[in-house]
Design a protein around this ligand. Structure first.
Ligand SMILES: [Zn+2]
Length: 340
């Protein structure tokens, strides 16, 4: 692990001395007018040695919760006892954030499929390259904050390649109840970085286009816990979430889809435990009496649910992950669930 904190953090165009915080606007591309598209960057270089970590958000431009998490770490937290260096990247997709869109507005490219990028590639892979080479490569590990896609909401959880020792340690240290294991798609920031020996995990929290205070607070606790685990904050302790379940992305989860068009009356909340046969939602339409009932095909956790209630047949209703009988009992005990 690179021990920074007793040496300066340098990148092209910038330098931050030990004990200092630097605020930069780093040019990653240009607009049609030839103006720079500039990434906001805050670098906190501690006065004591320790690891270098990055915190990033809004790689999908309309996912706002993570922006506040990174902003508070960068701008509100006390930095006098930081050991190591914290690289804060609150808005990775500057154009998408400006237009409040998920993707880069030019040809709807997904910036989170463009990593590690290339200097001679398309516009998105060039942007990815600038970010990756300058701010990700110098790091020892990273946290990338996301929310659900617009119109849905996610239970707070970690996604990580649990076969990678470093990513597994990081995922556990963050302290969520649920970890979804999987290496992720090619071009994802977390996959590219983890493959390069910079363990990186994704935090999924809530919905796009919203600021959800309880989730932001929960995420800030997770950052403190990770910083405790890696010695960035020596006085903090690693937190245990009370219960934890790790599920395999490829095997144990499914999207339940609507078989009727109409309006969805959701009977559960994100994060709820549902048992096989429980009613999850009803689909009605303005021209009909009665409803189509959607039941849980197996016992599991509702990781993601619909927020915008209108559906075509085939649209996703909720994201259900399977849990075993032992996990079920632990969750019931911890959450005070009582069988009806
Ligand atoms: Zn996202």
């Amino acid at each position: 692990m690179t021990k920074r904190g007793t040496e300066s953090f340098t990148f092209d165009g910038g330098r931050v001395e030990p004990g200092d915080t630097g605020q930069f606007r780093y040019s990653v591309s240009e607009t049609y007018l030839g103006d720079p598209i500039r990434l906001p960057v805050t670098i906190i270089n501690g006065s004591e040695p320790g690891p270098t970590a990055f915190l990033s958000a809004a790689i999908h431009g309309d996912e706002l919760n993570g922006i506040e998490v990174v902003r508070e770490v960068a701008q509100e937290w006390e930095h006098s006892d930081v050991c190591g260096t914290i690289v804060c990247l609150p808005v990775l997709n500057v154009q998408g954030f400006t237009t409040q869109e998920r993707y880069l507005p030019i040809y709807d490219r997904d910036l989170n499929r463009a990593f590690p990028g290339t200097p001679e590639g398309t516009s998105s892979t060039r942007i990815a390259y600038q970010i990756y080479r300058t701010f990700i490569e110098p790091c020892d590990f990273g946290l990338d904050f996301h929310t659900s896609t617009r119109g849905r909401t996610n239970m707070f959880h970690v996604r990580a390649d649990m076969d990678d020792t470093g990513a597994s340690r990081l995922a556990r240290a963050f302290g969520t109840n649920l970890i979804i294991a999987g290496e992720g798609s090619r071009g994802m920031l977390r996959r590219a970085a983890t493959d390069d020996g910079i363990p990186t995990i994704t935090l999924e929290m809530g919905q796009a286009h919203r600021f959800e205070r309880d989730l932001i607070d929960h995420a800030l606790e997770g950052v403190r816990s990770v910083f405790a685990e890696y010695g960035v904050f020596r006085q903090e302790t690693v937190r245990w979430p009370g219960w934890r379940t790790i599920i395999e992305a490829s095997r144990d989860k499914t999207w339940l889809r609507a078989d009727a068009g109409g309006i969805v009356e959701m009977q559960c909340e994100r994060g709820d435990l549902v048992h096989e046969g429980d009613t999850i939602c009803r689909i009605t339409n303005p021209f009909k009496s009665g409803a189509t009932i959607v039941e849980a095909p197996f016992t599991g956790l509702l990781v993601g649910i619909l927020e915008n209630p209108v559906v075509y047949p085939g649209n996703p209703l909720c994201h259900l992950v399977r849990i075993g009988p032992m996990q079920e009992r632990i969750i019931e005990e911890q959450t005070g669930y009582s069988h009806a």
